[in-house]
Design a protein around this ligand. Structure first.
Ligand code: PDD
Length: 284
């Protein structure tokens, strides 16, 4: 059965869904996106994603073609029409189609596309039991990583570098400090203190990050939002990542060396449990 996707106001079978070859998302990566996970047919952290979408659009002076309520309705319709139990909803808004010109066009109408991807057992990933391996790579992305744009080529290259090295992902390093993973935020734990890079233009302001830091503080875990070096990460007791599609995922190896005991850490395990149970309660 073919998926139903949403394109510019219409629900259509994926084979019939099209956008223009002049779309600036295609020509300039002039677009933003969000990924919202679905567990038990419900949306996790929808509000946070809608708020960040608005911020990304504002930073790029791009029009938002929908209201938050309409957006929620489209997400729900797609989850229902595609019978998604566990999976994700991908949303992309671009500046729209116009003759190729570096300057923003004045009259282009934004393009909006949403589709679902089913991922059975999303919350029961075996990687959460074993932990993942990461390598470190130089962060060669542009300087506005706080805007969730669709220009994801360097993160794709990073994932391929990780794959070639037999690892699951790459942590990016700039001036000796870890910025984030290719598609996730990065954390270490040392002597009971949870350390993650502070918000700024250098990293994406993760929606899962925000929730997890709140749950950590509620659980009396001391949090320090500051840059940490690769050496600190290699010497940490624990490490983990967060994102909408992986929730909290332990990291047990960096550049071939074990983190702490090389086993999944207690803080990561606990925060994953809390995040999943609390987010499910609040899911819409
Ligand atoms: N990635 N940092 C980067 C560079 C990301 O691409 C992501 C999300 C995150 C985590 O943000 P959040 O917790 O809001 O998902 C951090 C999504 C999942 C993706 O591109 O598939």
């Amino acid at each position: 059965m073919s998926r139903t996707v949403y394109v510019n106001g219409a629900y259509v079978p994926e084979e019939e869904a099209t956008v223009s070859v002049f779309d600036r998302g295609f020509l300039f990566a002039d677009g933003v996106y969000e990924v919202t996970s679905v567990l038990g047919g419900k949306l996790i952290d929808f509000d946070g994603h809608a708020v960040r979408l608005e911020r990304s659009l504002n930073e790029l002076e791009m029009k938002n073609p929908t209201s938050k309520d309409e957006l929620l309705e489209i997400h729900r319709q797609l989850v229902e029409r595609n019978d998604i139990d566990d999976g994700l909803v991908y949303l992309q808004i671009t500046r729209g189609a116009a003759d190729r010109d570096f300057a923003y066009p004045k009259d282009a109408e934004p393009t909006i596309v949403l589709f679902t991807q089913a991922k059975r057992g999303l919350a029961d990933s075996p990687l959460a039991q074993t932990g993942m391996k990461v390598i470190s790579i130089e962060d060669q992305r542009w300087g506005r990583r706080d805007i969730k744009t669709v220009q994801l080529l360097y993160p794709s290259m990073g994932k391929m570098m990780a794959k070639a090295a037999g690892a699951d992902d790459a942590w990016m390093v700039e001036d000796g400090f870890v910025t984030e993973g290719t598609s996730n935020n990065a954390y270490i734990v040392k002597d009971g203190v949870l350390i993650t890079r502070h918000l700024g233009n250098e990293i994406l302001h993760g929606i899962t990050r925000k929730a997890v830091l709140k749950f950590a503080e509620e659980a009396q875990i001391k949090v320090e939002e500051r840059p940490f070096t690769l050496a600190e990460a290699q010497d940490a007791d624990e490490a983990f990542i967060t994102s909408a599609s992986t929730f909290v995922m332990p990291v047990v190896e960096i550049d071939g060396g074990p983190v702490g005991t090389g086993e999944v850490g207690e803080v990561a395990r606990r925060l994953r449990e809390i995040y999943l149970s609390e987010s499910l309660k609040a899911a819409v």
